[in-house]
Design a protein around this ligand. Structure first.
Ligand code: KIV
Length: 270
Protein backbone atom coordinates (compact mmCIF):
# COMPACT_ATOMS: atom_id res chain seq x y z
CA UNK A 1 0.00 0.00 0.00
CA UNK A 2 1.50 3.29 -1.12
CA UNK A 3 0.94 5.91 1.60
CA UNK A 4 -0.33 9.31 0.56
CA UNK A 5 2.26 11.92 1.44
CA UNK A 6 2.33 15.69 1.47
CA UNK A 7 4.18 15.41 -1.83
CA UNK A 8 1.37 13.30 -3.32
CA UNK A 9 -1.09 16.01 -2.32
CA UNK A 10 1.05 18.81 -3.74
CA UNK A 11 1.23 16.98 -7.06
CA UNK A 12 -2.57 16.75 -7.23
CA UNK A 13 -2.95 20.52 -7.68
CA UNK A 14 -4.34 21.10 -11.15
CA UNK A 15 -4.73 17.35 -11.72
CA UNK A 16 -7.82 16.38 -9.72
CA UNK A 17 -9.62 17.60 -6.60
CA UNK A 18 -8.24 16.40 -3.25
CA UNK A 19 -10.79 14.65 -1.02
CA UNK A 20 -10.46 15.27 2.70
CA UNK A 21 -12.66 14.54 5.71
CA UNK A 22 -12.30 14.73 9.45
CA UNK A 23 -11.87 11.56 11.51
CA UNK A 24 -11.50 11.16 15.25
CA UNK A 25 -11.56 7.38 15.70
CA UNK A 26 -10.28 4.16 14.13
CA UNK A 27 -13.46 2.87 12.43
CA UNK A 28 -14.26 6.20 10.78
CA UNK A 29 -10.68 6.41 9.51
CA UNK A 30 -10.93 2.88 8.08
CA UNK A 31 -14.29 3.49 6.38
CA UNK A 32 -13.09 6.78 4.87
CA UNK A 33 -9.84 5.18 3.72
CA UNK A 34 -11.71 2.30 2.09
CA UNK A 35 -13.70 4.93 0.18
CA UNK A 36 -10.48 6.39 -1.23
CA UNK A 37 -10.32 9.61 0.77
CA UNK A 38 -6.89 11.27 0.34
CA UNK A 39 -6.52 13.16 3.59
CA UNK A 40 -7.85 12.56 7.11
CA UNK A 41 -7.88 15.50 9.47
CA UNK A 42 -8.03 14.82 13.17
CA UNK A 43 -9.67 18.18 13.62
CA UNK A 44 -10.08 20.01 16.87
CA UNK A 45 -13.73 19.93 15.78
CA UNK A 46 -13.59 16.70 17.81
CA UNK A 47 -14.58 19.08 20.62
CA UNK A 48 -17.95 20.07 19.15
CA UNK A 49 -18.57 16.94 17.10
CA UNK A 50 -17.65 14.16 19.53
CA UNK A 51 -17.01 15.56 23.00
CA UNK A 52 -20.01 17.78 23.68
CA UNK A 53 -18.17 21.11 23.85
CA UNK A 54 -19.73 24.15 22.15
CA UNK A 55 -16.50 25.21 20.40
CA UNK A 56 -12.98 23.98 19.66
CA UNK A 57 -11.49 26.14 22.42
CA UNK A 58 -11.63 23.57 25.25
CA UNK A 59 -9.81 20.95 23.16
CA UNK A 60 -6.37 20.26 24.66
CA UNK A 61 -3.18 18.84 23.22
CA UNK A 62 -3.74 15.66 25.26
CA UNK A 63 -7.16 15.18 23.65
CA UNK A 64 -5.66 15.76 20.20
CA UNK A 65 -2.89 13.22 20.82
CA UNK A 66 -5.46 10.68 22.07
CA UNK A 67 -7.71 11.01 19.00
CA UNK A 68 -4.78 11.25 16.57
CA UNK A 69 -3.53 7.92 17.92
CA UNK A 70 -6.93 6.33 17.28
CA UNK A 71 -6.91 7.54 13.66
CA UNK A 72 -3.24 6.72 13.03
CA UNK A 73 -3.75 3.15 14.29
CA UNK A 74 -6.20 2.63 11.42
CA UNK A 75 -3.01 2.56 9.34
CA UNK A 76 -4.62 4.24 6.38
CA UNK A 77 -3.31 4.97 2.95
CA UNK A 78 -4.74 8.48 3.45
CA UNK A 79 -2.42 11.01 5.01
CA UNK A 80 -3.29 11.76 8.65
CA UNK A 81 -2.98 15.38 9.77
CA UNK A 82 -3.72 16.62 13.28
CA UNK A 83 -4.85 20.04 14.45
CA UNK A 84 -2.61 22.06 16.73
CA UNK A 85 -5.24 23.03 19.31
CA UNK A 86 -6.29 26.35 20.80
CA UNK A 87 -3.49 28.85 21.56
CA UNK A 88 -0.70 26.23 21.25
CA UNK A 89 0.71 27.78 18.07
CA UNK A 90 1.07 31.14 19.83
CA UNK A 91 3.68 30.02 22.35
CA UNK A 92 7.39 30.21 21.63
CA UNK A 93 8.98 27.96 19.04
CA UNK A 94 10.26 25.34 21.51
CA UNK A 95 6.80 24.75 22.97
CA UNK A 96 5.11 24.65 19.54
CA UNK A 97 7.74 22.22 18.29
CA UNK A 98 7.21 20.05 21.38
CA UNK A 99 3.44 20.02 20.73
CA UNK A 100 3.98 19.00 17.09
CA UNK A 101 6.49 16.40 18.24
CA UNK A 102 3.82 14.82 20.48
CA UNK A 103 1.20 14.88 17.71
CA UNK A 104 3.64 13.15 15.36
CA UNK A 105 5.69 10.86 17.64
CA UNK A 106 3.02 9.83 20.15
CA UNK A 107 -0.12 10.44 18.08
CA UNK A 108 1.31 9.22 14.80
CA UNK A 109 0.23 12.17 12.63
CA UNK A 110 2.14 12.71 9.39
CA UNK A 111 1.40 16.44 9.38
CA UNK A 112 -0.15 19.17 11.51
CA UNK A 113 -2.66 21.89 10.75
CA UNK A 114 -2.22 25.36 12.22
CA UNK A 115 -4.77 28.18 12.22
CA UNK A 116 -2.42 30.96 11.15
CA UNK A 117 -1.79 34.33 9.59
CA UNK A 118 1.36 35.81 8.07
CA UNK A 119 2.34 36.70 11.68
CA UNK A 120 3.20 33.02 12.27
CA UNK A 121 5.09 32.54 9.00
CA UNK A 122 8.56 32.53 10.58
CA UNK A 123 7.49 30.07 13.30
CA UNK A 124 5.98 27.80 10.65
CA UNK A 125 9.16 28.03 8.55
CA UNK A 126 11.12 26.75 11.56
CA UNK A 127 8.66 23.88 12.10
CA UNK A 128 8.99 22.89 8.45
CA UNK A 129 12.77 23.05 8.79
CA UNK A 130 12.48 20.69 11.79
CA UNK A 131 10.60 18.17 9.63
CA UNK A 132 7.03 19.05 10.63
CA UNK A 133 4.80 19.31 7.55
CA UNK A 134 2.38 22.19 8.14
CA UNK A 135 -1.06 22.69 6.63
CA UNK A 136 -1.97 26.36 7.08
CA UNK A 137 -5.57 27.25 7.97
CA UNK A 138 -6.88 30.69 6.92
CA UNK A 139 -10.26 32.38 6.53
CA UNK A 140 -12.58 31.58 9.41
CA UNK A 141 -10.44 30.32 12.26
CA UNK A 142 -12.80 28.68 14.77
CA UNK A 143 -10.22 28.93 17.57
CA UNK A 144 -10.87 32.70 17.41
CA UNK A 145 -14.57 32.33 18.26
CA UNK A 146 -14.35 34.27 21.51
CA UNK A 147 -12.72 37.26 19.80
CA UNK A 148 -14.99 37.02 16.73
CA UNK A 149 -18.26 36.65 18.61
CA UNK A 150 -19.75 34.48 15.85
CA UNK A 151 -18.75 32.20 12.99
CA UNK A 152 -18.89 34.15 9.71
CA UNK A 153 -17.65 34.28 6.14
CA UNK A 154 -14.25 35.92 5.48
CA UNK A 155 -12.97 37.93 2.52
CA UNK A 156 -16.12 39.89 1.72
CA UNK A 157 -14.42 43.30 2.03
CA UNK A 158 -11.45 44.33 -0.18
CA UNK A 159 -9.27 44.68 2.96
CA UNK A 160 -10.12 41.18 4.18
CA UNK A 161 -9.61 39.76 0.69
CA UNK A 162 -6.14 41.34 0.42
CA UNK A 163 -5.32 40.16 3.95
CA UNK A 164 -6.24 36.60 3.02
CA UNK A 165 -4.07 36.74 -0.10
CA UNK A 166 -1.15 38.09 1.94
CA UNK A 167 -1.59 35.36 4.57
CA UNK A 168 -1.79 32.66 1.89
CA UNK A 169 1.37 33.87 0.12
CA UNK A 170 3.28 34.18 3.41
CA UNK A 171 2.26 30.68 4.52
CA UNK A 172 3.25 29.24 1.15
CA UNK A 173 6.62 30.98 1.42
CA UNK A 174 6.99 29.57 4.96
CA UNK A 175 6.78 26.07 3.48
CA UNK A 176 3.17 25.00 4.15
CA UNK A 177 2.33 21.99 1.98
CA UNK A 178 -1.33 23.06 1.63
CA UNK A 179 -3.82 25.66 2.80
CA UNK A 180 -7.24 25.14 4.30
CA UNK A 181 -9.67 27.92 3.37
CA UNK A 182 -12.62 27.94 5.75
CA UNK A 183 -15.75 30.01 5.04
CA UNK A 184 -13.84 32.16 2.57
CA UNK A 185 -15.73 34.18 0.00
CA UNK A 186 -15.73 31.88 -3.09
CA UNK A 187 -14.29 34.56 -5.41
CA UNK A 188 -11.45 35.19 -2.95
CA UNK A 189 -10.88 31.44 -2.52
CA UNK A 190 -10.50 31.24 -6.31
CA UNK A 191 -7.98 34.12 -6.24
CA UNK A 192 -5.98 32.49 -3.45
CA UNK A 193 -5.99 29.18 -5.32
CA UNK A 194 -4.60 30.88 -8.43
CA UNK A 195 -2.06 32.87 -6.42
CA UNK A 196 -0.32 29.95 -4.68
CA UNK A 197 1.37 26.84 -6.06
CA UNK A 198 0.32 24.65 -3.11
CA UNK A 199 -3.13 23.03 -2.98
CA UNK A 200 -6.03 24.86 -1.35
CA UNK A 201 -8.64 22.74 0.38
CA UNK A 202 -11.92 24.49 0.99
CA UNK A 203 -14.81 24.17 3.40
CA UNK A 204 -17.72 26.48 2.76
CA UNK A 205 -15.49 28.32 0.27
CA UNK A 206 -17.04 27.35 -3.06
CA UNK A 207 -15.85 25.10 -5.87
CA UNK A 208 -12.81 26.96 -7.22
CA UNK A 209 -10.27 25.40 -4.85
CA UNK A 210 -7.99 22.35 -5.20
CA UNK A 211 -9.95 20.11 -2.85
CA UNK A 212 -12.80 19.91 -0.37
CA UNK A 213 -13.03 18.92 3.27
CA UNK A 214 -16.14 18.24 5.33
CA UNK A 215 -16.67 17.19 8.92
CA UNK A 216 -17.43 13.46 8.61
CA UNK A 217 -20.39 13.55 11.01
CA UNK A 218 -21.98 16.33 8.92
CA UNK A 219 -21.68 14.54 5.59
CA UNK A 220 -22.88 11.27 7.14
CA UNK A 221 -25.98 12.76 8.76
CA UNK A 222 -24.71 12.09 12.29
CA UNK A 223 -24.59 15.64 13.59
CA UNK A 224 -27.22 16.17 16.26
CA UNK A 225 -26.74 19.95 16.55
CA UNK A 226 -26.22 22.77 14.05
CA UNK A 227 -25.09 21.84 10.54
CA UNK A 228 -23.71 24.68 8.35
CA UNK A 229 -25.71 25.51 5.24
CA UNK A 230 -22.89 24.60 2.82
CA UNK A 231 -22.89 20.95 3.95
CA UNK A 232 -24.43 18.22 1.82
CA UNK A 233 -25.58 15.06 3.62
CA UNK A 234 -24.32 12.11 1.55
CA UNK A 235 -25.65 9.32 3.80
CA UNK A 236 -28.09 9.16 6.70
CA UNK A 237 -25.99 7.13 9.12
CA UNK A 238 -27.67 8.85 12.09
CA UNK A 239 -31.06 7.49 11.03
CA UNK A 240 -29.47 4.05 10.50
CA UNK A 241 -28.08 4.15 14.05
CA UNK A 242 -31.47 5.09 15.51
CA UNK A 243 -33.07 2.21 13.58
CA UNK A 244 -30.43 -0.19 14.88
CA UNK A 245 -30.76 0.92 18.51
CA UNK A 246 -34.58 0.79 18.26
CA UNK A 247 -34.52 -2.75 16.85
CA UNK A 248 -32.07 -3.85 19.56
CA UNK A 249 -34.16 -2.28 22.34
CA UNK A 250 -37.30 -3.93 21.00
CA UNK A 251 -35.60 -7.34 20.72
CA UNK A 252 -34.31 -7.11 24.32
CA UNK A 253 -37.68 -6.01 25.68
CA UNK A 254 -39.53 -8.71 23.77
CA UNK A 255 -36.91 -11.29 24.80
CA UNK A 256 -36.15 -12.24 21.19
CA UNK A 257 -32.48 -11.35 21.82
CA UNK A 258 -30.34 -13.17 22.85
CA UNK A 259 -31.21 -16.52 21.33
CA UNK A 260 -32.46 -19.18 23.73
CA UNK A 261 -29.70 -21.44 25.17
CA UNK A 262 -28.52 -23.96 22.61
CA UNK A 263 -29.44 -21.75 19.66
CA UNK A 264 -26.56 -19.33 20.28
CA UNK A 265 -23.88 -20.02 17.67
CA UNK A 266 -21.30 -17.51 18.94
CA UNK A 267 -18.28 -19.08 20.60
CA UNK A 268 -16.42 -16.14 21.91
CA UNK A 269 -17.04 -12.66 23.19
CA UNK A 270 -14.77 -9.64 23.14
O1 KIV B 1 -11.23 20.96 12.94
C1 KIV B 1 -11.84 20.88 11.86
O2 KIV B 1 -12.73 20.05 11.67
C2 KIV B 1 -11.52 21.84 10.82
C3 KIV B 1 -12.50 21.95 9.69
C4 KIV B 1 -12.46 23.28 9.10
C5 KIV B 1 -12.30 20.92 8.65
O3 KIV B 1 -10.53 22.48 10.87
Amino acid sequence: MLKTTTLTLRKLKGVRPIVAVTAYDTPTARFADAAGVDLLLVGDSVGNVMLGFDSTVPVTLDMMVHHTGAVARANTQALVAADVPFAEAHFDFERVLASCQRLMQVGGAAAVKVEATSAQASLIARLVEAGVPVWGHVGLKPQQIHTLGKYRKFGSTPEEAEGLLDDARALEAAGCFALLLEMTDPAVAARVTAAVSIPTIGIGSGPEVDGQILVSADLLGMTTGYVPGFVRTFADVGAGMTRGFTAYAEAVRQRTFPEPPGADTSESSR
